[in-house]
Design a binder for this molecule. Structure first.
Ligand code: PLP
Length: 285
């Protein structure tokens, strides 16, 4: 049975209970993070903490936990749950109020909840082993604050379900100007003529930690040109390679979009080069 953390104690996940008046439950009023950990080693702990703090500040939740305190919590959960391949889910809601009232309550302690779940083993740079993704596309119908890693994920859930019902594994999203934003739970990269591009950060996208690490790793290495710039959906359909990135997938190659192959429908060589570099550097963050 997996062990979770809720309100300052460690409890079996099945026994963890929150109040129905918790604003996370009623309003999706909270922030979350998912940090991957392989054999007890976390990937990207520091940038995950940085994004969590930015999210809490953006929605005005005051929780003065140091990185050290978060790190101890994560390490305790890793220890208690067997140090295999784990996703560590961290969640802070505005807390349990005494009534259902939209305005932020005074004097209510945030609820801190965390648990782990098993994830696939550390992704490897091997065309024969990676899962090739088949995805759908749809107009991005979420809210205008997608840069906040909010627990209110209904918009993302509906976009994900759309692809799921079509036998696909993600939905690439575009705005009213036919520009790529991101996917329902991933950022997106395109490759054309040896160059990599991903849309610039703004309110339409989450600042993915994998995106940040990949951009940093590629620019430090310097062998593959990479740009943050507007990417149109025409470019997506015309790309040599398309990748989706997230903490659990790292860099996943997309081989088919809306039933049409990406280029020749094979996993590309730049994917292999990028995932090789990512695998070699991912514990440096
Ligand atoms: N975009 C959205 C909407 C997401 O939900 C996620 C991950 O959950 C990402 C991008 C990728 O972010 P990260 O690389 O930090 O996992």
């Amino acid at each position: 049975m997996s062990i979770a953390f809720l309100d300052d104690s460690y409890v079996p996940l099945e026994e963890a209970r929150i109040s129905p008046l918790d604003r996370g439950f009623l309003f999706g009023d909270g922030i979350y993070e998912v940090i991957p950990s392989y054999g007890g080693k976390m990937v990207g702990f520091k940038p995950h903490m940085h994004r969590m703090r930015q999210g809490l500040e953006a929605i005005g939740i005051e929780l003065n936990w140091s990185d050290q305190k978060w790190s101890e919590l994560c390490n305790q959960l890793i220890q208690k749950n067997g140090a295999g391949n784990l996703g560590i889910y961290l969640h802070v809601s505005r807390g349990a109020d005494t009534s259902r009232f939209h305005a932020f309550p005074d004097g209510v302690e945030p609820t801190v909840f965390a648990f782990t779940f098993e994830i696939a083993s550390s992704p490897v740079a091997d065309k024969a082993k990676v899962k090739p993704f088949r995805v759908s596309t749809a107009e991005d119908l979420r809210w205008q604050r997608c840069h906040i890693k909010s627990t209110a994920l209904l918009g993302n859930v509906l976009h994900f379900q759309y692809s799921y019902e079509r036998g696909h594994s993600e939905t690439l999203l575009y705005n009213g100007d036919n520009q790529l934003t991101e996917a329902s739970a991933c950022n997106v990269f395109v490759v054309k003529d040896g160059s990599v591009a991903t849309p610039p950060l703004d309110h339409q996208k989450l600042a993915g930690i994998t995106r940040f690490m990949l951009l940093d790793i590629l620019s430090q290495d310097g062998s593959i040109p990479v740009q943050e710039r507007v990417v149109t959906m025409d470019e997506v359909f015309d790309a040599d390679e398309v990748w989706i990135t997230s903490s659990s997938k790292e860099i996943a190659p997309v081989v088919e979009i809306d039933g049409k192959p990406v280029a020749n429908g094979e996993i590309g060589d730049l994917w292999l080069a990028a995932q090789t570099l990512f695998s070699a550097n991912k514990y440096n963050y």
